[in-house]
Every structure is written in C-alpha cells, then in structure tokens.
Design a protein around this ligand. Sequence first.
Ligand SMILES: Cc1cc2nc3c(=O)[nH]c(=O)nc-3n(C[C@H](O)[C@H](O)[C@H](O)COP(=O)(O)OP(=O)(O)OC[C@H]3O[C@@H](n4cnc5c(N)ncnc54)[C@H](O)[C@@H]3O)c2cc1C
Length: 381
Amino acid sequence: MIDFELTEEQKALVEMARRFAKERIIPVAAKCDQESRFPREVFDEAWKLGLVNPTLPAEYGGQGLDEVDNVLITEELAYGCTGIQTSITANTLGFTPVRLAGTEEQKKKYLGWLAKESILCSYATTEPAAGSDVAGMQCRAHKQSDGSYVLTGQKQWITNASHASFFTIFATENPELRHRGIGAFIVERDQKGLSVGKHEDKLGQRASDTASVMLEEVRVPANQVLAPPGQGFKLAMETFNQTRPDIGAGATGLIRRALDECVAYAKERKTFGVPIAQHQMVQAMLAEMAIRLEATSLLVRKAAWSLAKNIRNPLTSACAKAFGADAAMATAIDAVQIFGGNGYVKDFPVEKLMRDAKILQIYEGTAQIQRIVIAKHVLGN
Ligand SMILES: Cc1cc2nc3c(=O)[nH]c(=O)nc-3n(C[C@H](O)[C@H](O)[C@H](O)COP(=O)(O)OP(=O)(O)OC[C@H]3O[C@@H](n4cnc5c(N)ncnc54)[C@H](O)[C@@H]3O)c2cc1C
C-alpha cells in the first residue's frame, strides 16, 4: 500500500521545523551569508528543540526518528537557508559511521555525547588530491604494536571542522592498496597533532563552516578504531548511501523557497502593463519549478522510506541526490531570471539561492559521480 499522508507526529515535526526556519533561520540568513558566519546560537537552539541528530538511536539517548522524519526536518530547515541547514544536518553525516560500525562502547560514548550536549561532529574522507576518487586517499594510518594507529595527512573541505568536537576520519595503511587499505577512526578535537585550517571563503552556503584538518602523528587508541584498514571504504560508501537522500531534501527545501519567492514576485512585478505572472514564458518557468519540486520530493521520500524500512536502495538514494541537486540548480537559475535585474543583487533573496544550490551538485559525490553510481546499478556491475 502506498500512503503519502504524514502521521500526526510528522505533521507536528514539520510544523516545528517550519516555525524554526521562519523565526530563527530566515531572519539571520542573509547576514550570516554576508559575514560567512556559522550561527552557533541557532544550532544550539535547534539542538534543544530536537532538530539536530534526529535519527540518533534512542538506546544512546537520541530521539530514534527514522529517515522519513529526518528528510521532512531537513526540507524545512533548507527552506530557511541551506547553509545553516547543512551546518545542522552534517552532524548526521559525522555520526552515521559510528552508528553503522561503532562498538557498543564507541556508540555509548560518541552517540551519547551528541545526545547529551549541543556539539558538532565532522566526517572526513576528502583530501587535497582525493575527492571523487575516495580510494585514492593518501592520509596514512600506521598500526602500532598495542593496536593503536598513528594518523598523518591532511583532509580538505570538511564541513563544521572549525566547530567539531570529534571527527570520523578515513585513512589508509597503504595508498597502493586503494579501497582495500582504508580504515576509519574517531579522533577527538583536542587529541595531540590534530589542527584545523582556515575557514573557507565560499561561493555559497556561506553560513556553513568548511575547513581543512591537519593530522600530524595523531595517536588513535585501539578503542577509537571504527573500522580497521580494509573495512573503511565500504563504511564510507554505505554512509553516503544513507545520507544522500538528505541532500535531496535540502534541494527540495531550496526549490520550494525559490518557487514561493518567484510566485510572490511574479504577481507583483509589472511589465507591459500586467503582472509578469501573466506572461506565458514566465508561467512556463514557474511550472518547471513546480514539476521539479514534485519530482524531487517524491524521489527523496521514496529513498528515505527505503532507509526507514531497511530496504537497501543505493540507486534511489543516488537518484534523489543527483536529480534533486540538478533540479535545485536549474530552479535557482530560473528564479534569478524571473527576478530580472533584481535577481542579480543581494537586496533580493534569489541570488543567494543560486549560489547556495551549486554545492548540492558537488558535495557527497558530484553530479558525475552519482551518474557513475547509478549506471553501475543499472548495468548490474
Ligand atoms: C562546501 C563543501 C563541503 C564539503 N564537505 C565535506 C565533508 O564534510 N567531508 C568530506 O569528506 N568532504 C567534503 N567535501 C568534499 C566534496 O565531497 C568533494 O569536493 C567532492 O567529492 C568532489 O571532489 P573534488 O573537489 O576533489 O573534485 P574532483 O574529484 O577533483 O573532481 C573534479 C571534477 O571532475 C569530475 N570527475 C572526477 N572523477 C570523475 C570520473 N571518474 N568521471 C567523470 N567525472 C569525474 C567531478 O565530477 C568534478 O566535476 C565538501 C566540499 C565542499 C566544497
């Protein structure tokens, strides 16, 4: 049976997230964008309301919500600002490897920490010379006789790195082994040898912090090894499989925001004596936006539903991410077009949407990498 109706709990969740976006995110979004500032106070308030880490399992103090609940929240936060939404939802990317592969002790400690305190965590596979090619990472993990590892290398473009209390870091025992050499490690922020680079000055999603992480002989005790070398690559890929629908949810929120802004503007703005909403070519752009919104939302909900039902469905996850990101970018470009000259200046909200949308086609696997994942499944490779 197919049922698109939300439960009463889900309706309440959406209502709360929508109000939070309206009252706490939208009023600060433009300034945070301008100042390239992550609003920690907004994050802390979201945490208190339960809008951060919604899928944290209940046995470790979390709410134990499922992926459908998660994408509903993300969509609402993204409507307010995808930069602030990314700062909030990147915690789920950071803790998913711990949820999937952590020992009981690790889960109690790190998932419990996220439930107890308003902290951030980061996920780090990317390096200066290895982004799409995750298996090409160079960051080294040297095993010691006591079972600990020493990590040396650099991670790049790490969301929330400047604020993270702990990191899930992927490193290799030997780069020549490629995916067969990769392990995963939990590293706490104050561990000796870990430092964070400068906050990146980005095109869009400027309220989301992005920075590099340097590892200089960081000693990781055996009880912080998440996956030994050989098992980390699979964990990284499964993490992406489970978090990609959420990128699609961010896209859904952005598309919905663009459509709302454009409908309001098109009814107000007059050319040739009539509101531009009466020109069929403007209507066509609005209609395309509505098509993209419906299609992205359906894909995201199907992908999230599969995860909630424990049905492994990497094809739909990748489609939700790939289609959603492209749809958001195309919609934001059209939104600027509908606003004309006003679309090109910062006094109106849509130029930010266009800058913010671009990263959806890049992070957590580029548009091209999603096609590779999708083609692999289509071809049965
Ligand atoms: C704001 C931001 C936040 C990020 N957050 C995180 C984070 O929290 N954690 C983390 O680990 N990483 C993060 N990343 C990194 C992000 O996932 C990578 O930037 C992304 O995977 C692309 O890698 P790259 O930048 O090295 O590009 P490259 O891999 O160098 O790719 C360059 C271009 O070549 C294309 N390309 C590459 N290989 C192929 C191929 N085989 N076939 C066809 N085309 C190909 C790509 O699609 C792209 O268009 C973030 C990046 C940014 C910018």
